[in-house]
Design a protein around this ligand. Structure first.
Ligand SMILES: [Zn+2]
Length: 382
């Protein structure tokens, strides 16, 4: 039996008034996912271990069947995914553009919003063009800027999406505060850069446990870095952007190709998380509907007899609330069933409320599911 895992970033959500009290997954038309649920098993999975911060750097390893490493910062994984050379003694942090209500570092300055990455790229790139001693800034068109600093990491700071509407000071004390205050003075308008996701113990260490996955299809640096660190192939896919415009059918085809070489293949899709951060539940629902139509539809149309042994599992690496824009650390829904079930057959609903009474799989039970063990009878439909 081969396994194809679809990781929908930020899948789970709160009930949203604008969607009639439904979650985006509940509001999205997903007939293929419903057919998979009708033919397979559904339940809940806890990708964020207790005490860890909800994010892809934690949830994606869990989905891939390996324990997240609390000592590895998100930015170090993104640097690895982007192929940046970070010296072992240096620190790498994410530098996210935010809109502030006052000067960086002043008491009472509140984070008004996370800035649009593409709109602020040129301004951030201009900062990086004039590097300071002991600092290199790598601007990215999608807004996922990285900054490499000489010296050890500073204290952990909060992700910017957790600070929207709150005083910046609640985010913690950033490493080299004068540098970020200087950036804010040089950026136009109310823009500033907020450092976060830094390494906690230098460069990523080698993985201690092996994932069963042989390939991960993704266009997002943090997932690419996680996969590379675990020795997992990351095929390049033309048209895969990591954004809402990504070519979902191309990602499906790349995953089916990888199943020729590996018994476990994963596909990671990002944009549902981005829509929730933007407080746009309708866009999140629309994207999930497009995943069902374009990505899962392409899987359903794949070469039939050659895929008879393939099982499809769909879940999320964490939830993201379209109400608050923040990550959620609770359980996420999952569905597992034969790929062949996507084409026809009776369906049943698959969303947060439909699995709300299912027991929750922890990391060990999830690994058992990935390894092909019978799904424990404590999940629904047993
Ligand atoms: Zn997110």
């Amino acid at each position: 039996m081969r396994t194809l895992l679809l990781i929908l970033d930020g899948l789970a959500d709160d009930r949203v008034p604008a969607l009639g009290g439904r979650t985006p997954l509940e509001a999205a038309p997903t007939p293929r996912l419903n057919r998979l649920a009708g033919a397979g098993v559904t339940g809940r999975f806890a990708p964020i271990p207790s005490g860890m911060r909800a994010g892809s750097e934690v949830g994606v390893p869990s989905c891939l069947g390996i324990a997240p490493d609390p000592h590895v910062g998100r930015a170090a994984l993104e640097a690895l995914g982007r192929g940046l050379d970070v010296p072992p003694a240096a620190t790498v942090v994410r530098a996210t553009a935010v809109h502030l209500t006052g000067p960086f570092g002043a008491p009472g300055t509140v984070v008004r919003a996370v800035a649009d990455g593409s709109a602020t790229h040129a301004a951030v790139a201009a900062l990086g063009a004039a590097p300071e001693e002991g600092m290199r800034l790598f601007a990215a068109p999608d807004g996922r800027h990285l900054c490499v600093l000489d010296g050890p990491p500073g204290p952990e700071t909060a992700p910017p999406h957790d600070l929207v509407g709150l005083p910046l000071a609640l985010g913690g004390a950033p490493v080299r505060p004068g540098l970020w205050a200087d950036f804010a003075r040089r950026l136009p308008g109310d823009l500033a850069l907020w450092p976060w996701g830094g390494s906690k113990s230098g460069a990523p260490r080698a993985m201690s446990a092996a994932s069963p996955f042989g390939a991960v299809v993704t266009a997002v640096d943090v997932v690419r870095g996680l996969a590379r660190r675990a020795g997992i192939e990351t095929p390049e896919v033309s048209g895969a952007t990591g954004g809402p415009d990504t070519d979902l059918a191309a990602k499906a085809r790349a995953a089916l190709n990888a199943l020729d070489r590996h018994a476990h293949v994963a596909v990671h899709v990002e944009a549902a998380d981005m829509a929730a951060h933007a407080l746009d539940p309708a866009a999140k629902a629309a994207f999930l509907a497009r995943v069902d139509r374009d990505l899962i539809g392409a899987l359903a149309e794949g070469p039939g007899p050659g895929l008879a042994d393939v099982r499809l599992i769909v879940t999320g690496d964490h939830g993201t609330s379209s109400v608050t824009g923040r990550h959620l650390d609770g359980p996420v829904p999952f569905v597992a069933g034969p790929l062949a079930a996507l084409k026809a057959g009776p369906g049943r609903p698959w969303h947060e409320a439909a699995v709300a009474h299912s027991p929750i799989l922890d990391g060990a039970a999830w690994r058992g599911l990935l390894d092909g063990a019978a799904v424990p009878c404590r999940v629904s439909r047993c």
